[in-house]
Design a protein around this ligand. Sequence first.
Ligand code: THU
Length: 172
Amino acid sequence: MAELYIFASMKEMDIHIRVGVKQEPELTDAERLLVSEARRATYRSYSPYSHFSVGAAVELEDGTVVTGSNQENAAYPSGLCAERTAVFYANSRYPELAIRSICIVARGVDGDFCTRPITPCGACRQVLLEAELRAGHPIKIMLCSTQSIYFVSSVKDLLPLSFDDSFLALDV
Ligand code: THU
């Protein structure tokens, strides 16, 4: 109720994002390859603490696919998510190649692939945003579950009102 009161006294703006949904048989060959590489990457996850195995497959502009998985640590914050592992690996191995798309998959504590599309954490979204700005074009994001695959056509959609390097140039 308090929120309603505050918003009633000012203009509002809505921010919408569009999410595409496909079933596995509808995927293109390139998309299917990315899903299968991301699934394979979950088996290379090092997640003895959460037992949540995440895999990410990144497609570069020349079609090269690189993968990453979450890498945990006894000092929990020292670990890294699958998405950032994959993006940082792609950028350090192929700095000249822009990222075209990323696919994310996870297996839960029971070892089975998740029935709900897995979505990147906030820090990974920020890193993906930097990759998108560096690429100079939108990065396609595929979020997988056993039921369906969500498609988001730009990282900007996943991170509205985001912070980027344009703020650093502001003369304020
Ligand atoms: N994790 C990822 O690798 N990606 C995500 O999108 C969400 C979470 C990892 C971090 C940690 O190793 C485990 O999943 C549980 O949070």
